[in-house]
Design a protein around this ligand. Structure first.
Ligand code: G3H
Length: 540
């Protein structure tokens, strides 16, 4: 069988899909707004899986459902609901005590757990993620939420006391910011949406939440859980085309925080629409093109296994993926040989296949785009050096190692976000450092070497150019307690379990001069539990 036919044969008739992983179409005709599941009978968007089914007309992406394509009108109703629930910080949710807000989130986590198998299956079908990785995404999200609760208790405990400085007594706590518009990406549709939505919510903000275009249906099973766990208007959904429903929300000036994970182009466009630039806070995780640098003193086997993980996990569709590799000329041949040998060891298949590593791609234009960047590299002097590299059928693209890449090629600059590995040979370490200096991105880098002096000589310039330097390891976001951010066009604000809580809140304080009558006043307020803010209650 030709390799092309092998790829084609990965797509099987529905009868051959294991029963546990078959899916019934989901036709969502409702959305959550102001505490109500509102009915929708307008236009809908069809959701096609990257998983194709063989038909008499060839391979066709399987239809798995539809969701509402709402308009500006519904988006603005959702905004009004969030504004009313916040009520200038006087709403039920922003004034609720922290332990009560935690209880609401715990209720939500319990209800979310009941939907685990459906959501995991939807992640697999909507974006083609393997069953193992889809389950990991769900579980990691729940762990993130539980860790968020612990981090918030910690922050609240620190704020549960008075501080005295220069004759002034004060209580300092973190307060919410207002209405937060949350938008996550398709590659981690649940996890990355929730790593902003949940901290924003638990800090007392009210939420407008727009699910990503690919990875929308998987949020449907959670809408009821949101409705039942939080007061009305605290979580509202915005369904529809981003270009239709989001510009008006920003232009209203009523969004206090934009939490967006996606492209810098869209983030810039949205930010510019807000009439009060100083009022808008932005928490953004954007484009990245992380480099791996392989020096001549590297354990090449280790470098290859980390580069394979870094560049091909979820088919290279991670913002943290290694998207360009610099290799020293003296070890380039050996490195490329080992890298090429590692690729056929990766299992190709459908998301439910055992140990599958390479799966179909959700974005319909992606196979053509990857072909285009490979052709552009070839036209400028590079070749695909691994057997069958770049072979493609329908939504599936087999990884391509492209070498030697130079500055004339799109792959040198563009974030390919797919299974293509550009490799650049270098002689002087200044070459990858200069590439990083001139790059518009600054998220992470991976340095491979066993020479302590060489590593330190790279760490020092790189920490000023990116926000995480990985030594002899691939780039990654986790562990989630570590800061996740980037320089230049890669991010704004920092996300970690702890930092996210800070990003979605502001420190507020109540202060007074320390004298007898003020002391008595404060004690009365605290003793009588009159204020949620001014309180020494301690969450255990
Ligand atoms: O797409 C970007 C994700 O935040 C990457 O997370 O490094 O854990 O895969 P990860």
């Amino acid at each position: 069988m030709s390799f092309q036919d092998q790829i084609k044969s990965l797509f099987v008739e529905e009868a051959r899909i294991p029963e546990d992983f078959r899916i019934d179409e989901i036709h969502q005709r409702e959305y959550l707004c102001n505490g109500e599941m509102r009915k929708w009978d307008g236009p809908v968007s069809e959701v096609y899986s990257p998983v194709c089914i063989p038909t008499s007309e060839g391979l066709k992406r399987k239809l798995i459902g539809t969701y509402p394509l709402c308009t500006e009108k519904e988006a603005s109703e959702a905004l009004e609901a969030a504004v009313a629930a916040y009520n200038n910080g006087r709403g039920e949710w922003p004034t609720m005590s922290v332990d009560q807000r935690i209880k609401s989130l715990e209720t939500f986590i319990g209800k979310m757990g009941e939907q685990r198998s459906l959501i995991v299956k939807l992640i697999m079908w909507e974006i083609g993620k393997s069953q193992g990785d889809a389950a990991k995404e769900f579980d990691r999200t729940v762990e993130y939420m539980l860790a968020t609760i612990e981090a918030l208790k910690d922050i609240d405990r620190q704020g549960s006391r008075f501080e005295i400085e220069e004759g002034v007594v004060a209580q300092v706590r973190r307060s919410p910011l207002g209405v937060v518009l949350c938008m996550g990406p398709f590659n981690y549709p649940l996890n990355e949406t929730f790593t902003t939505l949940i901290p924003a919510l638990i800090m007392g903000n009210t939420i407008l939440f727009k699910p990503p275009k690919h990875g929308s249906l998987l949020h449907y099973p959670l809408l009821k859980a949101f409705q039942e766990s939080f007061p009305k208007g605290v979580v509202n959904t915005v369904y529809g085309r981003g270009a239709v429903v989001t510009p008006g929300l920003m232009a209203s000036g009523k969004i206090d925080v934009l939490a967006f994970i996606g492209s810098s182009k869209v983030a810039n466009d949205l930010k510019k629409r807000h009439p009060k630039v100083n009022r808008l806070r932005a928490v953004l995780s954007l484009d990245a093109k992380n480099a791996a640098i392989i020096t001549k003193n590297t354990d090449l086997k280790l470098a290859v296994s980390e580069c394979i993980l870094g560049s091909l996990s979820f088919n290279g569709q991670r913002c943290t993926a290694i998207k360009i590799i610099y290799v020293h000329k003296d070890v380039a041949d050996e490195f490329l040989k080992l890298l090429s040998e590692a690729i056929p060891k990766l299992t190709l298949g459908m998301p439910w296949d055992k140990d599958v590593k390479l799966t179909p791609l959700p974005e319909p234009h992606k196979p053509d785009y990857l072909k285009e960047v490979i052709e552009d590299a070839k036209a400028n002097g590079a070749s695909v050096i691994n057997e069958n590299g770049g072979a493609s059928e329908a939504s599936f693209v087999y990884p391509a190692i492209v070498y030697p890449v130079n500055e004339k090629m799109k792959l040198y600059r563009e974030e390919q976000f797919g299974p293509v590995i550009p490799v650049v040979p270098f002689e002087s370490i200044e070459e990858p450092i200069n590439w990083q200096i001139n790059s518009p991105h600054g998220q992470q880098v991976s340095i491979f070497s066993n020479d302590a002096k060489e590593i330190s000589a790279l760490i020092d310039p790189m920490v000023s150019l990116v926000s995480r330097v990985n030594v002899n390891a691939q780039c990654q976001r986790g562990p989630d307690v570590f800061p996740f951010t980037g320089r230049k066009d890669s991010a704004e604000g920092t996300l970690s379990v702890h930092d996210a809580l800070r990003s979605f809140s502001i420190r507020s304080l109540v202060a007074t001069k320390l004298n007898e009558s003020n002391k008595q006043l404060l004690n009365t307020i605290v003793d009588e539990n009159d204020s949620n803010f001014l309180s020494t209650k301690f969450i255990l």
